[in-house]
Design a binder for this molecule. Structure first.
Ligand SMILES: Cc1ncc(COP(=O)(O)O)c(C=O)c1O
Length: 368
């Protein structure tokens, strides 16, 4: 039998399609302003670097479950910042959250015949995770549209990448009730939960107002990449139903999916300190305000975008790729909405993770 490569199950990596526009933008005499990927650009806070360095002498294998100190930092942060109370059996560090998103269906034992539902406009890795497991990904926002298909795992993502939309408590309660009736696991990707700008503050699926105090069947995914500029460290965690988390831990122990000890130390330091995160948030707020004003001043419409690190923008004269080209000609690179699902065909995602200087350059070009 001939081997069937795993890549046959996966879509082409969408970012390659942006390369020609990156070249156009890079030709701008004042250089490119890259607002496409959304990677942090500000320094790693000194206290977190010190925690990493202090733990550099780590010759032994780290604990897959994380050190007791890290578990305490995770449960403490959830309680303090988000009003969520979880026992330590309900938390588990992961090697960034993309890794967990991509492997969760496999780690939960899903496979052919199982359906994984994710939002219509979504971070592409939910779909990839289903495909890696051999399960079937389905993009659907409305629960009623799902019909009788035997759903095993449902992803929600509030605040959303790419739209910045926030799901309120009543919406999340409906999702939880629907899932409980059917024995479906809900995985809530909450990696932008701290980054609310307008309207109601984003709420965790684990919050008692949503979960009624029971975390059965619920998992929340959190990341330190954006909150603490630790994307390069690969630092994240999952929290929720202790039975599910312990099952994930057992499988991950066998598979060697372990956060390195120095990164565990840096994570603990990051979660114990709110000051650096608040400072970083204010930095993003200022960049968001400037870009938003410049875009609307230049005739762009901003939809959703109440939270998260992106502006979901559209222009009456362009579809998504036309808008990408229009901005690339001004030296600004953004992501076409289509990368996140067919419903994104009219919009672009504008990240505000560039330096103040680059944001200033974009603002000047949009206002010219
Ligand atoms: C919605 C969402 N989930 C997960 C991730 C992965 O983040 P990380 O792997 O850096 O924790 C991202 C990254 O941008 C994201 O936008």
């Amino acid at each position: 039998m001939t081997r069937r490569p795993v890549t046959d199950r996966l879509p082409t990596f969408p970012w390659d399609r942006l390369t020609p526009y990156k070249k156009i933008a890079a030709d701008h005499p004042d250089g490119i302003v890259d607002l496409s990927v959304g990677t942090p650009v500000d320094p790693v806070p000194p206290g977190l670097r010190a925690a990493l360095a202090d733990a550099a002498d780590s010759p032994g294998y780290p604990l897959t479950w994380g050190t007791p100190a890290l578990r305490a930092s995770i449960t403490g942060w959830l309680e303090r910042r988000h009003g969520v109370s979880v026992p330590e059996e309900g938390v588990l560090p992961t090697v960034g959250s993309k890794e967990l998103v991509a492997w969760l269906p496999t780690l939960l034992g899903l496979g052919p015949g199982d359906t994984v539902v994710h939002p219509e406009l979504a971070y592409p890795t939910y779909d990839i995770g289903a495909r890696l497991a051999g399960a079937t990904p389905v993009a659907a926002d409305g629960l009623t549209a799902l019909g009788p298909a035997p759903v095993r795992l449902l992803w929600v993502n509030s605040p959303s990448n790419p739209t910045g939309r926030v799901l309120g408590v009543p919406h999340l309660r409906k999702v939880v009730a629907w899932a409980r009736e059917r024995g479906v696991i809900v995985a809530s990707d909450e990696c932008y939960l701290d980054l609310g700008w307008e309207g109601e503050a984003p709420v965790s699926i684990l919050h008692p107002d949503v979960s009624d105090g029971s975390h059965e069947g619920l998992l929340a995914v959190h990341s330190l990449s954006k909150r603490s500029n630790l994307a390069g460290y690969r630092a994240a965690f999952v929290a929720g139903d202790p039975a599910l988390v312990q099952e994930l831990l057992a499988v991950r122990k066998h598979a060697g999916m372990i956060v390195p000890a120095p990164v565990q130390a840096a994570m603990g330091a990051a979660l114990d300190d709110d000051a650096h995160a608040l400072e970083q948030k204010e930095c993003y707020r200022a960049r968001r305000d400037r870009l938003r004003a410049a875009l609307t001043g230049a005739g762009w419409r901003i939809d959703h975008s109440q939270a998260g690190l992106y502006l979901w923008a559209s222009h009456p004269d362009h579809d998504a790729w036309g808008a990408v080209e229009h901005l690339a000609e001004r030296g600004i690179l953004v992501a076409p909405g289509e990368f996140y699902g067919p419903a994104g065909g009219a919009s672009v995602r504008v990240a505000f993770t560039a330096t103040d200087e680059r944001v200033g350059a974009a603002v000047a070009r949009l206002s010219a």
